[in-house]
Write a protein that binds this ligand. Structure first.
Ligand SMILES: NC(=O)C1=CN([C@@H]2O[C@H](COP(=O)(O)OP(=O)(O)OC[C@H]3O[C@@H](n4cnc5c(N)ncnc54)[C@H](O)[C@@H]3O)[C@@H](O)[C@H]2O)[C@@H](O)CC1
Ligand SMILES: Nc1ncnc2c1ncn2[C@@H]1O[C@H](COP(=O)(O)OP(=O)(O)O)[C@@H](O)[C@H]1O
Ligand SMILES: [K+]
Length: 470
């Protein structure tokens, strides 16, 4: 079940084949799907490249079949087109598409090298191994010699399910995904092989997917009769480095919480006056039943004092966001104390530290498998942060965020994300939804902040990020 109807599914090659088979079983011939796919891709290429001379490279399978349909459609638009084939078609649909193209088909190695545009329809989701060395080298040569290049469905040589290149893969201007997003469209290093990507809807509904692309969430303003507690009270516990918890607390306040209480810090320069401070000695500040989300970890410290604070904070079983040093203590054995409705926000290093220590857990695969396995084994929502961030729930659902600006790779942005997770948890009461909303707001605030920002600079952009979701 998607978290919202805006979240498009992200499929494996097998899931894509099953989705296609279901449509074919429903009475739509495979060749009709190929026509839709090729025509949709050709329209995009024509819009981008107008009447530039185009070389379409066709492989033996249905990806090559798409290529012949594209070539014919471009010719119908009046574009000068040449086709070069690596091998003859081996599927019925591809043979039919080649027959309908009806024009000349040149040899892959013999066609001239310089074209304004190159379309790669050699291999798609049916790739089973890397391209032979000279084939890959020729593809790179043709693409690099062109002014514009398009990968049909997936760049040839990229493995659909993990985004890994199995042979040398060139860089394309546009990757045109067919039917549904596949995992490689979201995962590094594949995502570094195109400047832009576009999904063509060809009428293939997704099966019951468990992985979705993170899209802009829909948020609601506070209810007419809201007050600060109904909007959500976040309690943030500070530690050795109070600046980090202050950053997180302020992000929580701007992220939609009605009330943010920062516990265990005496003085922090430049923290908003709206954030209420309380002492760790004030028992009621932590046990307050109105707390809807507890946030602990940023700046907590890895020593005894930090461990003690974490223990004190978890006693009350509030829904919790655990980040940074709290995750470090978790890896040291505090996992069993996790309350329900917990969100863990590790980066790759913290992730390895926590989950490598859990015996019997197979942590291998892409960031998607890692996050899903960790969520299932811990019972918490896991936000595996990085250039591609994955939010996974214990029920096996996951969303993948593929488009956050790399300017986020600066100290303190994780604290801001933790604060946003706490705010959304307090507002929604749903840790999976909260984490997904927080990751999107974080990325959007970064987009709005522009280049070379400090983590603090994200804070004033959070309201604008929220405004984009109302
Ligand atoms: N799934 C769908 O809904 C649709 C898929 N279509 C297209 O069909 C593609 C998948 O088609 P196929 O399953 O026929 O697979 P491909 O066209 O990706 O390639 C499979 C063929 O290439 C061979 N092969 C695989 N790796 C090779 C290598 N490294 N060197 C040489 N030969 C290799 C295989 O033995 C097989 O013959 C999609 O990527 C998409 O472009 C579209 O035509 C229409 C709709
Ligand atoms: N190259 C990148 N592209 C996009 N987002 C990134 C990149 N590098 C880091 N981020 C994001 O920046 C944040 C960094 O968090 P973290 O590693 O905890 O830093 P800190 O502990 O300094 O706050 C995470 O949300 C992560 O997803
Ligand atoms: K391709």
């Amino acid at each position: 079940m998607p978290i919202s109807d805006r979240n498009a599914p992200v499929l494996t090659a097998a899931e894509m084949r099953a989705a296609e088979a279901a449509v074919i079983a429903g009475g739509v011939p495979e060749y009709a799907l190929m026509q839709r796919a090729g025509k949709a891709a050709a329209e995009i290429i024509w819009r981008a490249g107008a009447k530039r001379e185009t070389l379409v490279l066709c492989g033996p399978g249905n990806n090559g079949g798409d290529g012949y349909v594209i070539a014919k459609a471009l010719r119908d638009y009046g574009v000068p087109v040449k086709v070069a084939a690596l091998a003859d078609p081996v599927t019925e649909s591809a043979r039919q598409a080649r027959a309908e193209w009806g024009g000349a088909v040149e040899g892959f190695f013999h066609v001239e090298t310089h074209f304004a545009q190159v379309v790669d329809a050699l291999f798609g989701t049916g790739l089973t191994r890397g391209l032979e060395g000279e084939v890959a080298a020729r593809l790179v040569q043709l693409v690099e010699a062109s002014e514009r290049s398009y990968a049909i469905d997936i760049p040839s040589g990229i493995s659909t399910d993990d985004g890994m290149p199995l042979s040398a893969v060139p860089h394309f201007d546009l990757c045109i995904a067919l039917g549904q997003w596949k995992r490689a469209h979201m995962l590094r290093p594949a995502t570094g092989h195109w400047r832009r990507k576009h999904l063509c809807d060809i009428g293939i509904p997704a099966p019951d997917a468990t992985l979705f692309r993170l899209e802009r969430p829909r948020l609601s303003p506070p209810a007419d009769d809201a007050h600060k507690y109904t909007r959500g009270l976040v309690a943030a516990v500070a530690g050795e480095m109070p600046g980090a918890s202050a950053l997180a607390a302020e992000a929580a306040a701007r992220g939609g919480a009605g009330y943010v209480r920062l516990i265990g810090v005496q003085s922090v320069n430049r923290t908003s006056h709206a954030i209420v401070r309380a002492s760790m000695k004030n028992e009621a500040a932590l046990s307050d039943p109105r707390i809807r989300a507890l946030l602990i970890g940023p700046g907590l410290g890895r020593g005894e004092a930090g461990a003690e604070r974490l223990g004190q904070a978890l006693v009350h079983s509030h829904p919790v966001v655990l980040d940074a040093d709290a995750l470090w203590h978790l890896a040291e054995g505090a996992m069993a104390a996790l309350p329900e409705n917990a969100i863990l926000t590790p980066h790759a290093g913290e992730f390895a530290q926590i989950f490598a220590n859990l015996s019997g857990l197979d942590i291998s695969g892409t960031v998607i498998e890692l996050a899903v396995t960790a969520a299932q084994s811990s019972g918490a929502v896991v936000v595996l942060k990085g250039p591609t961030t994955v939010v996974a729930g214990p029920d096996g659902r996951a969303v993948v965020a593929d488009a956050a600006p790399s300017w986020l790779s600066t100290a303190g942005t994780g604290d801001v994300l933790a604060g946003l997770c706490a705010a959304r948890l307090a507002v929604t009461g749903d840790p999976f939804r909260a984490a997904a909303e927080a990751v999107w707001l974080h990325g959007e605030a970064a987009r709005l902040a522009g280049p070379a920002f400090l983590a603090d600079d994200l804070l004033p952009y959070i309201p604008a990020a929220i405004a984009a979701c109302l």
